[in-house]
Design a protein around this ligand. Sequence first.
Ligand code: HEM
Length: 147
Amino acid sequence: MAIQYLALATMIVLYSLMFIGGYISAAGLGLTCPEWPLCPNGVMPSEEYLIEWIHRLVAATTGVLVIATMIASIINKNADLKIKITSSLAAVFVVVQITLGALVIDLKLHAVLVAIHLGIGILLFSMVLLTTLFAFRISRTAIAPRI
Ligand code: HEM
């Protein structure tokens, strides 16, 4: 997949994940699935834990997409240092965020951890947004005629 579409897909999936997280928090559903990484009934979804199960599944998908975007930007020969930095920072934030998600559950939604979870989510989104903008710039430079 071309790097700009990979980055755009990552951003859309991440935005949906943050939307779902906001819903879980506002609806008070944060501890419906009290275990990590899987809910008590294993990998399969169940009505009881559905929204938390979706948040984790989309988080795992986001993790794969963010890391794939970083690899694509590192191996792309037209990519400059800026996109390599933003995509690498996004990869660091996604790993921290997923680990933090586990702590949020383990420490029973400790307010400070939930606030940090939101804060890192915003930093992660900023890096993915910048990566997407840089990726579209690469694709334009790649097709622009050289004079
Ligand atoms: C890339 C990964 C993730 C992102 C971007 C993300 C993002 C978010 C966001 C934006 C919220 C709403 C926070 C708020 O409104 O204060 C949230 C809530 C939550 N997230 Fe995540 N999340 C991620 C991964 C995870 C993982 C892996 C888990 C646990 C396994 C998790 C567990 C939770 C829980 C329990 C809440 C609700 C907290 C509450 O009830 O106040 N998150 N997430």
